[in-house]
Design a protein around this ligand. Structure first.
Ligand code: 2P0
Length: 354
Protein backbone atom coordinates (compact mmCIF):
# COMPACT_ATOMS: atom_id res chain seq x y z
CA UNK A 1 0.00 0.00 0.00
CA UNK A 2 1.40 3.35 -1.10
CA UNK A 3 4.86 1.86 -1.55
CA UNK A 4 4.98 0.74 2.09
CA UNK A 5 5.61 -2.88 1.26
CA UNK A 6 9.33 -2.78 0.70
CA UNK A 7 11.93 -4.30 2.95
CA UNK A 8 15.68 -3.89 2.72
CA UNK A 9 18.11 -6.31 4.39
CA UNK A 10 21.79 -6.88 5.08
CA UNK A 11 23.56 -9.92 6.56
CA UNK A 12 26.95 -10.33 8.18
CA UNK A 13 28.90 -13.09 9.88
CA UNK A 14 31.43 -12.40 12.64
CA UNK A 15 33.67 -14.80 14.59
CA UNK A 16 34.46 -14.53 18.26
CA UNK A 17 37.94 -13.67 19.52
CA UNK A 18 40.18 -14.98 22.28
CA UNK A 19 42.32 -12.54 24.27
CA UNK A 20 45.99 -13.38 24.75
CA UNK A 21 46.52 -10.15 26.72
CA UNK A 22 43.35 -9.81 28.76
CA UNK A 23 40.91 -6.95 29.12
CA UNK A 24 39.78 -6.86 32.75
CA UNK A 25 38.51 -3.64 34.27
CA UNK A 26 36.77 -0.50 33.05
CA UNK A 27 37.57 3.13 33.76
CA UNK A 28 34.14 4.14 32.40
CA UNK A 29 31.27 1.68 32.68
CA UNK A 30 28.80 3.44 30.41
CA UNK A 31 31.16 4.05 27.48
CA UNK A 32 33.01 0.77 28.21
CA UNK A 33 36.52 2.20 28.39
CA UNK A 34 39.16 -0.25 29.68
CA UNK A 35 41.98 0.24 32.18
CA UNK A 36 44.50 -1.39 29.83
CA UNK A 37 45.15 -2.33 26.20
CA UNK A 38 44.38 -5.92 25.19
CA UNK A 39 45.37 -8.21 22.31
CA UNK A 40 43.34 -11.06 20.84
CA UNK A 41 43.25 -13.57 18.03
CA UNK A 42 40.08 -13.83 15.98
CA UNK A 43 38.88 -17.35 15.24
CA UNK A 44 38.18 -18.63 11.73
CA UNK A 45 34.81 -17.39 10.47
CA UNK A 46 33.28 -20.88 10.23
CA UNK A 47 33.62 -21.56 13.94
CA UNK A 48 32.05 -19.95 16.98
CA UNK A 49 30.49 -17.16 15.01
CA UNK A 50 27.35 -15.08 14.94
CA UNK A 51 25.29 -14.47 11.83
CA UNK A 52 23.01 -11.45 11.91
CA UNK A 53 20.44 -10.24 9.42
CA UNK A 54 19.08 -6.73 9.83
CA UNK A 55 16.04 -5.42 8.01
CA UNK A 56 14.33 -2.07 7.62
CA UNK A 57 10.82 -1.44 6.36
CA UNK A 58 8.27 1.36 6.71
CA UNK A 59 5.85 -1.31 7.92
CA UNK A 60 7.88 -1.99 11.09
CA UNK A 61 6.48 -0.02 14.02
CA UNK A 62 9.28 -0.62 16.53
CA UNK A 63 12.86 -1.91 16.78
CA UNK A 64 12.84 -5.64 17.57
CA UNK A 65 15.47 -8.34 17.91
CA UNK A 66 15.52 -12.15 17.97
CA UNK A 67 18.44 -14.19 19.27
CA UNK A 68 18.49 -17.81 18.13
CA UNK A 69 14.83 -17.43 17.20
CA UNK A 70 13.68 -16.04 20.54
CA UNK A 71 12.72 -12.40 20.91
CA UNK A 72 14.91 -10.42 23.29
CA UNK A 73 14.55 -6.90 24.65
CA UNK A 74 16.46 -4.04 23.07
CA UNK A 75 15.76 -1.72 25.98
CA UNK A 76 19.18 -2.24 27.60
CA UNK A 77 21.63 0.66 27.56
CA UNK A 78 24.22 -1.24 25.54
CA UNK A 79 21.84 -1.92 22.64
CA UNK A 80 20.45 1.60 22.83
CA UNK A 81 23.95 3.13 22.76
CA UNK A 82 24.94 1.08 19.70
CA UNK A 83 21.70 1.83 17.84
CA UNK A 84 21.94 5.55 18.59
CA UNK A 85 25.57 5.77 17.47
CA UNK A 86 24.82 3.94 14.23
CA UNK A 87 21.63 5.88 13.40
CA UNK A 88 23.45 9.17 13.85
CA UNK A 89 25.98 8.11 11.18
CA UNK A 90 23.54 6.56 8.68
CA UNK A 91 23.73 7.81 5.08
CA UNK A 92 21.53 7.89 1.98
CA UNK A 93 20.72 4.44 0.60
CA UNK A 94 19.33 3.73 -2.82
CA UNK A 95 18.26 0.41 -4.33
CA UNK A 96 17.33 1.28 -7.92
CA UNK A 97 16.19 -2.25 -8.77
CA UNK A 98 13.63 -2.24 -5.99
CA UNK A 99 12.88 1.45 -6.42
CA UNK A 100 13.79 2.20 -2.81
CA UNK A 101 15.35 5.45 -1.69
CA UNK A 102 16.11 6.16 1.96
CA UNK A 103 17.50 9.56 2.84
CA UNK A 104 19.81 10.22 5.75
CA UNK A 105 17.07 11.94 7.76
CA UNK A 106 14.63 9.02 7.25
CA UNK A 107 16.69 6.64 9.39
CA UNK A 108 15.60 8.37 12.60
CA UNK A 109 11.99 7.39 11.92
CA UNK A 110 12.46 3.95 10.37
CA UNK A 111 12.45 0.87 12.60
CA UNK A 112 14.68 -2.18 12.44
CA UNK A 113 14.20 -5.90 12.82
CA UNK A 114 17.32 -7.85 13.81
CA UNK A 115 17.72 -11.64 13.72
CA UNK A 116 20.90 -13.11 15.16
CA UNK A 117 22.11 -16.72 15.39
CA UNK A 118 25.11 -18.24 17.14
CA UNK A 119 26.47 -21.39 15.51
CA UNK A 120 27.45 -22.74 18.93
CA UNK A 121 25.33 -23.48 21.97
CA UNK A 122 24.89 -20.27 23.97
CA UNK A 123 24.83 -22.39 27.13
CA UNK A 124 28.26 -23.89 26.45
CA UNK A 125 29.88 -21.15 28.49
CA UNK A 126 31.70 -19.75 25.47
CA UNK A 127 31.77 -16.02 24.93
CA UNK A 128 29.02 -14.88 22.62
CA UNK A 129 28.78 -11.17 23.32
CA UNK A 130 31.99 -10.40 21.41
CA UNK A 131 30.79 -11.90 18.13
CA UNK A 132 27.22 -10.74 18.76
CA UNK A 133 27.79 -7.01 19.11
CA UNK A 134 30.50 -6.95 16.44
CA UNK A 135 28.09 -8.58 14.02
CA UNK A 136 25.19 -6.31 14.99
CA UNK A 137 27.25 -3.19 14.35
CA UNK A 138 28.77 -4.49 11.14
CA UNK A 139 25.46 -5.60 9.61
CA UNK A 140 23.74 -2.32 10.53
CA UNK A 141 26.66 -0.33 9.11
CA UNK A 142 26.21 -2.24 5.87
CA UNK A 143 22.45 -1.69 5.75
CA UNK A 144 22.69 2.01 6.58
CA UNK A 145 25.69 2.68 4.33
CA UNK A 146 27.97 4.06 7.04
CA UNK A 147 31.19 5.61 5.74
CA UNK A 148 33.22 4.81 8.87
CA UNK A 149 36.20 2.45 8.65
CA UNK A 150 36.50 -0.79 10.65
CA UNK A 151 38.34 0.86 13.54
CA UNK A 152 35.70 3.56 13.83
CA UNK A 153 33.00 0.87 13.78
CA UNK A 154 34.93 -1.03 16.47
CA UNK A 155 34.50 1.96 18.78
CA UNK A 156 30.71 1.57 18.38
CA UNK A 157 30.81 -2.23 18.93
CA UNK A 158 32.86 -1.53 22.07
CA UNK A 159 29.83 0.20 23.56
CA UNK A 160 27.88 -3.06 23.21
CA UNK A 161 30.56 -5.21 24.84
CA UNK A 162 34.22 -4.36 25.33
CA UNK A 163 35.63 -7.49 23.74
CA UNK A 164 33.33 -7.03 20.70
CA UNK A 165 35.52 -4.25 19.31
CA UNK A 166 38.27 -6.79 18.65
CA UNK A 167 36.00 -8.99 16.47
CA UNK A 168 35.74 -6.40 13.67
CA UNK A 169 39.09 -7.65 12.34
CA UNK A 170 40.60 -11.06 11.58
CA UNK A 171 44.08 -12.15 12.60
CA UNK A 172 45.67 -10.58 15.69
CA UNK A 173 44.00 -7.43 16.96
CA UNK A 174 44.85 -4.81 19.55
CA UNK A 175 42.22 -2.85 21.45
CA UNK A 176 43.91 0.45 22.25
CA UNK A 177 42.53 1.73 25.57
CA UNK A 178 42.73 5.37 24.41
CA UNK A 179 43.14 8.55 26.43
CA UNK A 180 39.98 10.54 25.70
CA UNK A 181 37.13 10.69 28.21
CA UNK A 182 34.57 10.43 25.39
CA UNK A 183 36.03 7.12 24.13
CA UNK A 184 36.71 8.36 20.60
CA UNK A 185 40.23 6.85 20.61
CA UNK A 186 39.35 3.59 22.39
CA UNK A 187 39.21 1.31 19.38
CA UNK A 188 40.62 -1.79 17.73
CA UNK A 189 43.38 -2.02 15.13
CA UNK A 190 44.59 -5.05 13.23
CA UNK A 191 48.17 -6.06 14.10
CA UNK A 192 48.53 -8.78 11.45
CA UNK A 193 45.97 -10.47 9.23
CA UNK A 194 44.81 -14.09 9.45
CA UNK A 195 47.45 -15.31 6.98
CA UNK A 196 50.42 -14.00 8.95
CA UNK A 197 50.57 -16.86 11.47
CA UNK A 198 48.29 -19.47 10.01
CA UNK A 199 50.18 -22.49 11.40
CA UNK A 200 48.65 -21.87 14.82
CA UNK A 201 45.79 -24.21 15.75
CA UNK A 202 43.32 -23.26 18.46
CA UNK A 203 41.53 -25.99 20.40
CA UNK A 204 38.79 -25.17 22.87
CA UNK A 205 38.30 -27.79 25.55
CA UNK A 206 34.87 -27.40 27.10
CA UNK A 207 35.48 -28.22 30.73
CA UNK A 208 32.03 -27.27 31.93
CA UNK A 209 29.01 -26.02 30.09
CA UNK A 210 27.47 -24.52 33.21
CA UNK A 211 26.76 -20.81 33.16
CA UNK A 212 29.40 -18.82 35.02
CA UNK A 213 28.46 -17.57 38.47
CA UNK A 214 29.96 -14.09 38.15
CA UNK A 215 29.39 -12.25 34.89
CA UNK A 216 32.41 -10.52 33.33
CA UNK A 217 30.76 -7.15 33.78
CA UNK A 218 30.20 -7.50 37.54
CA UNK A 219 33.44 -9.44 38.04
CA UNK A 220 35.56 -6.69 36.56
CA UNK A 221 33.66 -4.06 38.53
CA UNK A 222 34.53 -5.89 41.77
CA UNK A 223 38.17 -6.22 40.69
CA UNK A 224 38.45 -2.50 39.86
CA UNK A 225 36.98 -1.59 43.24
CA UNK A 226 38.98 -3.99 45.40
CA UNK A 227 42.10 -5.41 43.73
CA UNK A 228 45.44 -3.64 44.18
CA UNK A 229 46.96 -6.21 41.85
CA UNK A 230 44.65 -4.93 39.08
CA UNK A 231 46.05 -1.40 39.51
CA UNK A 232 49.62 -2.69 39.36
CA UNK A 233 48.82 -4.89 36.36
CA UNK A 234 47.17 -2.08 34.40
CA UNK A 235 49.89 0.48 35.10
CA UNK A 236 53.10 -1.52 35.25
CA UNK A 237 52.65 -4.92 33.66
CA UNK A 238 50.32 -4.74 30.65
CA UNK A 239 51.95 -1.77 28.86
CA UNK A 240 55.28 -3.66 28.68
CA UNK A 241 53.64 -6.98 27.94
CA UNK A 242 51.68 -5.52 25.01
CA UNK A 243 54.93 -4.36 23.38
CA UNK A 244 56.52 -7.79 23.90
CA UNK A 245 53.43 -9.56 22.59
CA UNK A 246 53.28 -7.43 19.45
CA UNK A 247 56.92 -8.27 18.76
CA UNK A 248 56.34 -12.01 19.36
CA UNK A 249 53.40 -11.94 16.93
CA UNK A 250 55.32 -10.01 14.26
CA UNK A 251 58.22 -12.48 14.50
CA UNK A 252 56.01 -15.56 14.87
CA UNK A 253 58.09 -16.28 17.95
CA UNK A 254 56.07 -19.08 19.54
CA UNK A 255 58.13 -19.51 22.75
CA UNK A 256 57.70 -15.81 23.64
CA UNK A 257 54.07 -15.83 22.50
CA UNK A 258 53.27 -18.86 24.68
CA UNK A 259 55.12 -17.53 27.71
CA UNK A 260 53.29 -14.17 27.53
CA UNK A 261 49.88 -15.72 26.82
CA UNK A 262 50.06 -18.17 29.75
CA UNK A 263 51.48 -15.55 32.12
CA UNK A 264 48.75 -13.08 31.24
CA UNK A 265 45.96 -15.62 31.68
CA UNK A 266 47.38 -16.60 35.06
CA UNK A 267 47.68 -12.97 36.13
CA UNK A 268 44.10 -12.24 35.12
CA UNK A 269 42.93 -15.14 37.32
CA UNK A 270 45.24 -13.92 40.09
CA UNK A 271 43.48 -10.53 39.89
CA UNK A 272 40.16 -12.36 40.25
CA UNK A 273 41.48 -14.11 43.34
CA UNK A 274 42.79 -10.77 44.63
CA UNK A 275 39.30 -9.27 44.41
CA UNK A 276 37.04 -9.10 47.42
CA UNK A 277 35.10 -11.33 47.57
CA UNK A 278 37.43 -13.49 45.47
CA UNK A 279 36.19 -14.65 42.08
CA UNK A 280 36.91 -18.21 40.92
CA UNK A 281 36.53 -18.86 37.21
CA UNK A 282 38.77 -21.89 36.81
CA UNK A 283 38.05 -25.26 38.42
CA UNK A 284 40.13 -28.35 39.28
CA UNK A 285 40.03 -29.60 35.71
CA UNK A 286 41.27 -26.21 34.44
CA UNK A 287 44.15 -26.39 36.91
CA UNK A 288 44.99 -29.93 35.85
CA UNK A 289 45.10 -28.84 32.20
CA UNK A 290 47.50 -26.01 33.10
CA UNK A 291 49.79 -28.39 35.02
CA UNK A 292 49.66 -30.86 32.19
CA UNK A 293 50.57 -28.30 29.50
CA UNK A 294 53.32 -26.79 31.66
CA UNK A 295 54.85 -30.23 32.20
CA UNK A 296 54.66 -31.11 28.51
CA UNK A 297 56.20 -27.80 27.45
CA UNK A 298 59.08 -28.28 29.89
CA UNK A 299 59.72 -31.83 28.77
CA UNK A 300 59.95 -30.68 25.14
CA UNK A 301 62.54 -28.05 25.99
CA UNK A 302 60.50 -25.24 24.42
CA UNK A 303 56.77 -24.39 24.51
CA UNK A 304 54.56 -26.33 22.12
CA UNK A 305 51.18 -25.22 23.45
CA UNK A 306 49.90 -22.02 25.07
CA UNK A 307 46.85 -22.01 27.33
CA UNK A 308 44.48 -19.21 28.21
CA UNK A 309 41.27 -19.12 30.25
CA UNK A 310 38.56 -16.47 30.23
CA UNK A 311 35.76 -15.82 32.69
CA UNK A 312 35.00 -19.54 33.00
CA UNK A 313 36.72 -22.91 33.34
CA UNK A 314 37.03 -23.78 29.63
CA UNK A 315 40.57 -24.11 28.27
CA UNK A 316 41.66 -22.38 25.09
CA UNK A 317 44.77 -24.15 23.87
CA UNK A 318 46.94 -22.76 21.11
CA UNK A 319 49.22 -25.29 19.43
CA UNK A 320 52.25 -24.09 17.49
CA UNK A 321 51.30 -26.17 14.43
CA UNK A 322 49.00 -28.96 13.18
CA UNK A 323 51.33 -31.74 14.23
CA UNK A 324 51.42 -30.48 17.81
CA UNK A 325 47.64 -29.98 17.71
CA UNK A 326 47.12 -33.63 16.73
CA UNK A 327 49.37 -34.77 19.60
CA UNK A 328 47.60 -32.44 21.98
CA UNK A 329 44.17 -33.81 21.07
CA UNK A 330 45.38 -37.35 21.59
CA UNK A 331 46.84 -36.48 24.97
CA UNK A 332 43.76 -34.54 26.07
CA UNK A 333 41.47 -37.42 25.17
CA UNK A 334 43.73 -39.84 27.02
CA UNK A 335 44.26 -37.81 30.20
CA UNK A 336 40.85 -36.11 30.28
CA UNK A 337 38.52 -38.65 28.69
CA UNK A 338 35.12 -37.10 28.00
CA UNK A 339 32.47 -38.02 30.58
CA UNK A 340 34.89 -39.75 32.98
CA UNK A 341 34.74 -36.59 35.04
CA UNK A 342 31.33 -35.21 35.87
CA UNK A 343 32.66 -31.75 35.20
CA UNK A 344 34.14 -32.54 31.83
CA UNK A 345 31.23 -33.24 29.55
CA UNK A 346 32.67 -32.75 26.14
CA UNK A 347 35.35 -31.35 24.00
CA UNK A 348 34.70 -28.95 21.22
CA UNK A 349 36.18 -31.11 18.51
CA UNK A 350 35.18 -32.25 15.07
CA UNK A 351 32.96 -29.66 13.48
CA UNK A 352 33.92 -27.06 16.03
CA UNK A 353 37.65 -27.56 16.22
CA UNK A 354 39.57 -24.54 15.12
C1 2P0 B 1 38.92 -10.51 27.25
N1 2P0 B 1 37.12 -11.02 28.89
O1 2P0 B 1 39.85 -9.72 27.04
C2 2P0 B 1 38.49 -10.68 28.71
C3 2P0 B 1 39.26 -11.76 29.40
C4 2P0 B 1 36.95 -12.12 29.80
C5 2P0 B 1 38.30 -12.41 30.34
O2 2P0 B 1 36.38 -9.40 27.58
O3 2P0 B 1 31.39 -5.78 30.25
O4 2P0 B 1 32.02 -9.57 27.83
O5 2P0 B 1 30.72 -6.52 27.96
O6 2P0 B 1 32.78 -5.16 28.29
O7 2P0 B 1 33.75 -7.97 26.89
C6 2P0 B 1 34.74 -10.49 28.77
O8 2P0 B 1 34.19 -9.26 28.99
O9 2P0 B 1 32.67 -7.49 29.11
C7 2P0 B 1 36.13 -10.28 28.38
P1 2P0 B 1 31.86 -6.16 28.89
P2 2P0 B 1 33.11 -8.58 28.06
O10 2P0 B 1 38.38 -11.17 26.33
Amino acid sequence: EKGDKWILMATAQTPTNIAVIKYWGKRDENLILPVNDSISVTLDPDHLCTTTTVAVSPSFDQDRMWLNGKEISLSGGRYQNCLREIRSRACDVEDKEKGIKIEKKDWEKLHLHIASYNNFPTAAGLASSAAGFACLVFSLAKLMNLKENQSQLSAIARQGSGSACRSLFGGFVKWIMGKEDNGSDSLAVQLVDEEHWNELVIIIAVVSSRQKETSSTSGMRESVQTSLLLQHRAKEIVPKRVVQMEKAIQNRDFPSFAQLTCADSNQFHAVCLDSSPPIFYMNDTSHRIISYVEKWNRSEGSPQVAYTFDAGPNAVLIARNRKVAAQLLQKLLFFFPPNSDTDLNSYVLGDNSI
